[in-house]
Design a protein around this ligand. Structure first.
Ligand code: GUN
Length: 289
């Protein structure tokens, strides 16, 4: 069994991004600039946005975080999104989710110009991705593809089972694995006899958000296992009061598979790199000067 080390691979990719940014700067070109909108004080969201800011600094991007109270109106938030759409200095915008209940997330994410939608959530970008056209890819599937590529994992003709059908991970992941010539099965909460599918999978991408869901007796010997789960489980012995748990029963699955991502240190850091790659792509795709 070999570990797919997201920490190591993301570090190498970040170095490549930094070199490209340095080259842009030396050539007098624009420095990539990522903006994030953070509404309210959700602990996980604040942690993610802070991490994104650190990542930007590390690779030499400019970054801006706009913070608003959880009582901001939908109308005001739409205005703020539009201001960034019009701001030529900003290349990419993400609105950190979840948003407070009184705000329609769909309306907000669709208000972001598809040219700055580095989350890849806009219907225009979803459509382009499904057609295999060059565009922003949702960060987690993008990061997973980069990880598989880094380790030269064979995908052509392989049976890939994706567990989960979210707009952010499951659906785009299935499209990208199809583009890598996998035979793809998407399983979800209504799937019957799930083990019949997972037992026949060469590659399993677990993205359902149930800690330790995938057990050793559900996989075949030598499968490649990608664990997208990052559920916070209370744990008083850890300094934050919680530990991140994946969707895979790592301890028992690891000895049986050929490759596996750990949690933490697998898909998580690759997701962060996916966002950086999209922001760099924004310059190539839409900044022509
Ligand atoms: N909240 C959890 N994951 C994401 C993500 O990928 N993008 C945004 N904008 N918010 C999130």
């Amino acid at each position: 069994m070999k570990i797919l080390n997201g920490n190591e691979v993301s570090k190498a990719i970040k170095l490549e991004i930094k070199q490209k940014v340095d080259a842009l700067k030396s050539a007098g070109k624009k420095t990539p600039h990522l903006a994030a909108i953070l509404v309210g004080e959700d602990g996980a969201s604040m942690t993610y946005v802070a991490a994104k800011e650190r990542d930007c600094t590390e690779v030499g991007f400019n970054s801006t975080v706009l913070r608003f109270g959880s009582d901001i109106s939908e109308e005001k938030l739409l205005e703020e999104v539009e201001k960034i759409n019009q701001n030529k200095d900003i290349d990419g915008l993400i609105v950190q989710l979840p948003l407070p209940k009184h705000i329609n997330e769909k309306k907000i994410t669709e208000a972001i110009s598809y040219k700055k939608d580095v989350d890849g959530f806009h219907p225009m970008n979803v459509g382009m991705m499904f057609k295999g056209l060059r565009t922003f890819l949702p960060a987690t599937p993008y990061g997973i593809i980069k990880l598989l590529d880094h380790y030269s994992i064979e995908t052509s003709g392989k049976h890939c089972v994706v567990i989960g059908r979210s707009d952010i991970v499951g659906k785009p992941m299935s499209a990208l694995m199809l583009q890598k010539n996998c035979t793809v099965t998407v399983c979800h909460s209504k799937t019957q006899n799930l083990t019949d599918f997972t037992k026949n999978a060469d590659i399993i991408i677990a993205a359902l958000g149930i800690p330790l869901f995938l057990k050793a007796d559900m996989i075949k010997e030598g499968a490649v296992i990608i664990d997208v789960g990052i559920t916070r489980v209370a744990d008083e012995t850890s300094k934050n009061g919680f530990r991140l748990k994946g969707d895979v029963d790592y301890e028992n699955v690891a000895p049986k598979c050929s490759y596996i991502t750990p949690v933490p240190g697998g898909v998580g850091p690759m997701t962060r790199v996916g966002l950086l790659l999209n922001t760099l792509d924004a310059i190539e795709l839409y900044q022509k000067d």
